[in-house]
Design a protein around this ligand. Structure first.
Ligand code: WQD
Length: 340
């Protein structure tokens, strides 16, 4: 019997890639999204890649009755929860909006999962490590006080899941993503930032296509080899495959502990300048960029020790930065063609 996975936020950047990988691995997937931060592009792209329509439910998980109704209508073996607001700066300006949306929706998902005995996978973030004392970070590295309401919701939701697992005999996994970048090799799904992108790679591709005049590199006086920040950029398809491994581990009852946490990164630190230079080289483009002041809140360096995910999930990032940057550029060009 095929198992069914509910993907909340399944029309978004990460959710759409995870939906493709789960479907290709033989899972039935139900996509649920309130479409508050995306259009139908990725949903249509998912269906085009798979060559069939997937069940789609327009639902806001802050609506407890609607969430409950959804869990009653499908027999869901695991839920992956992506549905959340994700802009760090916006969360500082509108903390209540972030706390209400990101916490309420996950609490409703947890309540449904408790009632229906559903496995839960939560999309967490390396942001929970803050400015780490030592790099690379392992899953046991201390969590630092969050520097934004967004980061705080990630920490709080991890704790909600841990406590529910302990109290109700549930099973849950939190995956801590480092910096997901790139697009599906088909260029049919990818990142669709609203307005001016906050994240580096969408800003690079929008500058390359001419939507933005100049990329600001935020600071070149950090204590790193070239003075720019170090991050662990993880290919979106590699990242999506980690979810298939984690869901399978839960559904097949292979967990060592009922609540587990895994870093999902490459273990490879890359500086902002290295990433920009790689983008230029791989795609044969000269980017217009300048060195700008540091961005408040940025940490100097953070990258993953991904050993645990390799040992327990049997997962490892395999794509090179070059391949991923080529996919990001292919996606930006496709968006431009579609807009013509
Ligand atoms: C990467 C590096 C910037 C833009 C954030 C969230 C995190 C996660 C992913 C999201 C930094 C530099 C950036 C630009 C630049 N969650 N940069 N010019 O800050 O590591 O992580 O996104 O949903 O929780 O905090 O990612 O891509 O914004 O920045 O120089 O125009 O690129 O200073 O060093 P970050 P990022």
């Amino acid at each position: 019997m095929k198992k069914t996975v509910l993907v909340s936020g399944g029309a978004g950047f990460i959710g759409s890639h995870v939906t493709v990988e789960l479907s290709q691995a033989g899972y039935d997937v139900v996509i649920a999204d309130n479409m508050s931060n995306c259009d139908e592009t990725n949903y249509k792209g998912v269906c085009a890649i798979l060559g069939r329509q997937l069940p789609f439910e327009k639902i806001d998980f802050c609506d407890a009755a609607a969430a409950n109704d959804l869990f009653n209508r499908y027999k869901i073996d695991a839920v992956i929860h992506f549905a959340a607001f994700k802009a760090v700066g916006e969360s500082v300006e509108q903390p209540l909006m972030y706390y209400k949306n990101n916490l309420d929706s996950f609490l409703n998902v947890l309540e449904c999962a408790r009632v229906h005995g559903t496995n839960v996978l939560f999309s967490s973030s390396a942001t929970v490590y803050g400015e780490p004392d030592e790099t690379p970070v392992t899953e046991t590295s201390p969590r630092k006080p969050a520097t934004s309401p967004y980061g705080n919701t990630k920490q709080m939701c991890e704790d909600f899941l841990r406590d529910c697992v302990a109290a109700y005999g549930m099973h849950g996994i939190a995956l801590r993503y480092f910096n997901p970048i790139g697009a599906h090799p088909s260029a049919l799904i990818g990142e669709l930032p609203r307005g001016i992108p906050n994240n580096l790679v969408p800003f690079i591709t929008q500058t390359a296509i001419g939507k933005r005049e100049c990329l600001n590199i935020f600071g070149d006086d950090y204590p790193t080899p070239d003075g720019t920040c170090l991050r662990d950029y993880i290919d979106i398809t590699d990242l999506a495959k980690a979810h298939v491994c984690a869901v399978t581990r839960m559904i097949e009852g292979k967990m060592d502990e009922p609540y587990e946490i895994f870093n999902i990164g490459t273990g490879r630190p890359v500086s902002v300048l290295e990433l920009v230079n790689s983008f230029e080289r791989v795609n044969g483009i000269k980017l217009n960029y300048r060195i700008a002041p540091r961005r408040p809140g940025d940490v100097t360096a953070v990258w993953a020790d991904p050993t645990l995910a390799q040992q327990k999930l049997g997962w490892k990032a395999v794509r090179s930065v070059d391949e991923t940057l080529a996919s990001a550029w292919a996606w930006e060009k496709r968006l431009a063609e579609a807009a013509e």
